[in-house]
Design a protein around this ligand. Structure first.
Ligand code: SF4
Length: 315
């Protein structure tokens, strides 16, 4: 739709009008890579799970040549499977530090933003329009023409709502700690940096075990959810896939809620163990052991916040 407007309708308009104008086609901020966030992982791949590290290679190769920073160009990077990694390295209004950023001059988002200022017509999709309510990309505009406005409500629900998937949780847990094929993730990275010091092993093991338990319960929860949905809607017999939004009055979600709350407890336990580990590391850092290691306790903190927020807000 956007492409048709931009590549077909706007050129027609341009040729028909007696004056010239600049038109621009842009996407949402989350489609662009954040150079600062990506740089952190490119310099410290040990912060990622093995699977994420593999996916990061496709980012590194693409990053060396992209001019737009738009991830849709990168067909080798499977966004649906690497969603959690992309969440960590994509541009995001909450983590952007603007002019203080060492990559500000090369930043893809700011380049787009500057182009927007020079254009008289900007073509965006519904998702960008709704995700840019703070105007951080589009800025102020005088006129807004919404095409296919009957779809706006659905897109608003997607853009302003939330989505939880088994894949996302698994990726998040793997990024903290994964046993297979080899132990990896932030916890392992930290322990390696501490030369596997016996003094921290007990805290490390408790944190790692709590992540393993939460991941196992995650699988149980999503399997049961799928089974309950199947029992109720008989999806396997349907010709088309059926989508059901979370609704606390829906009998399937009501039935699954106790398990969801149990899952929250597993996550809470894991985050408490991670917090304990993190607090200990802060003391270590004060002792100077951290010198030269480019990592902050922010990683674990961010993951904890992410997991807790997503779960607690939804259930
Ligand atoms: S200016 Fe913001 S979005 Fe751009 S690279 Fe820096 S932190 Fe990322």
């Amino acid at each position: 739709m956007q492409e048709q407007l931009f590549f077909s309708d706007i050129p027609t308009l341009y040729r028909s009008l007696p004056f010239k104008f600049k038109a621009l086609l842009i996407k949402g901020k989350g489609n662009y890579i954040c150079l600062r966030r990506a740089d952190r992982f490119l310099k410290n791949p040990g912060l990622l799970s093995v699977r994420e590290r593999e996916a990061l290679l496709y980012i590194a190769v693409w990053l060396a040549k992209t001019k737009s920073g738009d991830i849709s160009e990168n067909t080798s990077f499977l966004l649906s499977q690497n969603f959690y990694l992309w969440e960590k390295i994509r541009a995001d209004g909450h983590t952007c530090i603007g002019r203080k950023c060492p990559f500000f001059g090369e930043c893809f988002v700011y380049k787009v933003r500057n182009k927007v200022k020079q254009a008289q017509i900007v073509v965006v999709n519904h998702a960008l329009l709704l995700s840019d309510l703070d105007g951080s990309i589009l800025g102020d505009y005088d006129y807004l023409i919404v095409d296919e406005a009957h779809n706006l409500e659905k897109v608003a629900a997607d853009a302003l709502g939330g989505e939880l998937t088994q894949w996302r949780f698994r990726s998040a847990f793997d990024a903290i700690f994964s046993e297979m094929p080899l132990p990896s993730g932030t916890l392992v990275f930290l322990m390696t940096a501490l030369n596997d010091d016996e003094k921290y092993k007990s805290l490390y093991q408790k944190a790692a075990q709590s992540v393993i338990a939460a991941r196992a319960f995650c699988d149980t929860f999503f399997m049961e959810l799928a089974q309950q949905l199947e029992n109720f809607y008989h999806w396997k017999e349907q010709e088309y896939s059926v989508k059901k939004r979370y609704d606390s009055t829906n009998p399937v979600f009501q039935k699954i809620e106790p398990l969801g709350l149990e899952f929250v407890k597993y996550i809470k336990h894991a985050t408490e163990e991670l917090k304990r580990f993190r607090k200990n590391l802060n003391i270590i850092r004060l002792g100077g052991i951290w010198k030269g290691i480019r990592i902050t306790d922010e990683d674990i903190g961010e993951m904890r916040k992410e997991l807790l927020t997503r779960l607690e807000e939804k259930w």
